[in-house]
Design a protein around this ligand. Structure first.
Ligand SMILES: *[C@@H]1O[C@H](CO)[C@@H](O)[C@H](O)[C@H]1NC(C)=O
Ligand SMILES: *[C@@H]1O[C@H](CO)[C@@H](O)[C@H](O)[C@H]1NC(C)=O
Length: 374
């Protein structure tokens, strides 16, 4: 769930307690249909919306479900101060003895692509109140974590099957940074599986070597920005490439997004190598689709090449099974394909990360990958 435009910095709480790595289970949740907002008729066997987990916030602890999102930086969730958050579980700060109001409020407006929907105009708006409180997950506890209470949100958030977001960008603020200050190794790992496999997990401060095969290969981050991004010398589709696809590009890895975004010309060049019958859907600009009864027989292997820290090329492959993200709500005989066209972004999310165990090494400013053991 990369947010285009916004970034807010938090203040960290620092404590002297030893923290050890913990693995937590991530639950897969599909967004429910909301007739007021255009959504896909989701196919739950092939499509995974968001991996969600519960944080415990406050004293006594209140459960807040969040998406661990490598595309953003802060912890934000719905609160009882938010009259427009009625469809989410709301945190009640008046019931927490460790809650401290931070005294500043700001409103942010941004575009984002929720689930497999296209990135649309600036129609997401949140009003956020700064605060600190104790936060725990999976036995790890951090006091005085910088967070933001959502006090107002636009109806575009109503469909979210969770209350908020825990940013896990390269700058690792808030909860994760607080744990690193307690001595936790400065990395986390994700095992995001297809819905049919389940058992998705995140290991905070470590690597779960039972969840992949072989030895992870590491690549250095392309830039010191908040986004997790790697340089790619090119990509191939079904073993073929062309002059546009073999150009170098910087690719963002975003665990809070289900599908893939490329500029429109790259998107269309990839689809041309899969089937000439994959066409834009004019009802939802940025999306593409093809007849559902043809989609499962189409080979659509996308190999994205990267370069390891020792200079060796390696591919991260998206298998053909990811081609369909389910039928369009407006036309159920046409299935949406996994890449949305959006000029200015090269971004991969769940459709790749479900097949590759991923290591997000904040301290080493690098990412590691190994084939997920599914
Ligand atoms: C990556 O995939 C392409 C296309 O299938 C292939 O030609 C190339 O040899 C692969 N590279 C590696 C390092 O496996
Ligand atoms: C592809 O589109 C991008 C984004 O609009 C543009 O910057 C680039 O020049 C285009 N490349 C080609 C080869 O047309």
């Amino acid at each position: 769930m990369l947010r285009i435009i916004v970034s807010i910095l938090g203040v960290l709480g620092i404590v002297q307690v030893q923290a050890t790595p913990q693995t937590i289970k991530l639950e897969s949740k599909l967004a429910t249909r909301d007739t007021s907002i255009k959504r896909r008729a989701l196919n739950p066997t092939t499509y995974l919306s968001e991996h969600v987990n519960s944080l415990l916030v406050g004293t006594p602890p209140q459960t807040v479900s969040v998406v661990f999102d490598t595309g953003s930086s802060t912890l934000e969730f719905a609160s009882t101060l938010c009259p427009t958050c009625a469809s989410q579980v709301q945190f009640d700060s008046t019931k927490s003895s460790t809650f401290r109001d931070g005294g500043s409020t700001r409103t942010i407006t941004f575009s984002t692509g929720v689930g497999v929907d296209p990135v649309v105009g600036n129609n997401y708006q949140l009003t956020l109140r700064s605060a600190t409180d104790t936060v725990s997950v999976g036995g790890l506890t951090a006091p005085g974590v910088s967070l933001f209470l959502i006090t107002k949100q636009t109806p575009t958030f109503n469909i979210d099957p969770f209350s908020g977001i825990q940013g896990m960008s390269t700058s690792a603020q808030g909860f994760f940074a607080s744990l690193v200050n307690q001595g936790l190794p400065s990395l986390f790992s994700l095992y995001l599986t297809p819905l049919a496999v389940g058992n998705a997990e995140m290991t905070i401060g470590g690597i779960d070597s039972t969840k992949f095969t072989g030895t992870p290969v590491f690549a250095s981050l392309a830039a010191t920005t908040a986004a997790w991004q790697l340089n790619s010398p090119g990509l191939s589709v079904n073993g073929k490439t062309n002059s546009l696809l073999s150009q170098p590009r910087r690719i963002i890895f975003d665990s809070g997004t289900s599908n893939v975004l490329f500029p429109i010309n790259v998107t269309e060049a990839i689809y041309a190598l899969i089937s000439p019958d994959i066409k834009p859907n004019p009802d939802e600009p940025g999306t593409y689709g093809i007849a559902c009864n043809r989609i499962s027989s189409l080979p659509a292997v996308i190999d994205i090449t990267f370069t390891s820290q020792s200079g060796t090329p390696f591919n991260l492959t998206i298998p053909s099974s990811e081609l369909s993200v389910g039928p369009f709500a407006s036309d159920p005989s046409t299935c949406q394909t996994l890449i949305n066209g959006f000029n200015g972004l090269n971004l991969v999310g769940g459709s790749l990360l479900k097949h590759w165990y991923s290591i997000w090494d904040v301290g080493g400013q690098r990412m590691g990958f190994a084939p997920a053991r599914l």
